[in-house]
Design a protein around this ligand. Structure first.
Ligand code: SAM
Length: 284
């Protein structure tokens, strides 16, 4: 078995199994061992860790995870990769592959059964077509998490770290910053993947809070308000919230809440901090 994480080993495996990349699954496999080592060290994987890997592909990063962690669960949607994974991971007895769509899997049950409900580390070179639903799913289902270290599109990584008043600031920034502290670790050029993606990538680490940093009476309402505020980015908050069919908030309600918060009636959502969204939400 050649080592993966380089073009020769990857091509050998792809040919052996006559594997055809499927664009619809966002299949871009890592072929650079330095990047793989840097991901493992960014995630600070140790022998005590239980790791969930999303989308193992041919098992390149999975091998690194198996070497460094206590136990690895790798969730892969593409059935055609299963015989390959069986082969490339045959040397390890601390890994299980689950053939499932990560968006449909009951991850909480796995964490309960396999890690006694204690927080886990997630490590992944994500399929970019579902980056946001995967991250939001982990947070909204309240999966016990220590950290999420993931390869994403560079722009998406920047959006997660953005602060109020910047063009990238939005619902994703607020959700990520409510549940975690995001830190872009390094960028990754397209040449480190096979096939090359059309975009540059970055590895971002989200260090998850055990408790959110701000208190809010109704988390769901706050996120509905946040989503409505950024749905119509160029509109004032008064108009955006009034237009949101699911909120049932009048213009007068918003104006009076903003007045209490000493904010102008013309303010847009992009100017508000997480604390201000929590305060606003608590008023409704
Ligand atoms: N980890 C491998 C690597 O770094 O070389 C592969 C990463 S590739 C960018 C994304 C992987 O996620 C592919 O193997 C793809 O089949 C898988 N995938 C795509 N959608 C998925 C889903 N909904 N659930 C689980 N895996 C998925």
């Amino acid at each position: 078995m050649p080592t993966l994480g380089n073009p020769t080993g990857t091509i050998y495996i792809l040919k052996k199994y006559n594997f055809q990349f499927r664009k619809k699954y966002g299949q871009n496999f890592l072929i650079d061992s330095n990047i793989l080592e840097n991901i493992i060290s960014a995630a600070q994987i140790t022998k005590g860790d239980f790791v969930l890997e999303i989308g193992p592909g041919i098992g390149t990063m999975t091998q690194y995870l198996c070497e460094n962690a206590r136990e690895v669960i790798a969730v892969e949607i593409d059935k055609k990769l299963l015989p390959i994974l069986e082969d490339t991971l045959s040397a390890y007895d601390n890994v299980a592959v689950i053939n499932e769509d990560i968006l449909k899997l009951d991850i909480n049950r796995i964490v309960d059964e396999k890690n006694g409900g204690r927080p886990i580390k997630v490590v992944a070179n994500l399929p970019y077509y579902i980056t946001t639903p995967i991250i939001m799913g982990l947070f909204e289902k309240h999966v016990p998490l220590e950290s999420i270290t993931i390869m994403v599109q560079k722009e998406v990584a920047e959006r997660m770290q953005s602060k109020p008043g910047t063009k990238d600031y939005g619902a994703l920034s607020l959700a990520v910053q409510y549940y975690s502290v995001p830190q872009v670790m390094f960028t990754v050029p397209a040449g480190c993947f096979m096939p090359r993606p059309n975009v540059d990538s970055a590895v971002i680490k989200l260090t998850c809070h055990s408790k959110p940093p701000i208190a809010v009476k109704n988390e769901d309402l706050m996120f509905d308000i946040i989503k409505a505020s950024f749905n119509q980015r160029r509109k004032t908050l008064v108009n955006s919230l009034n237009n949101a069919a699911n909120l049932n908030i009048t213009k007068e309600n918003v104006i009076s809440a903003l007045e209490d918060m000493k904010l102008p009636a013309t303010v847009r959502g992009e100017a508000l901090t997480l604390e201000q969204f929590a305060e606003l939400s608590d008023k409704f």
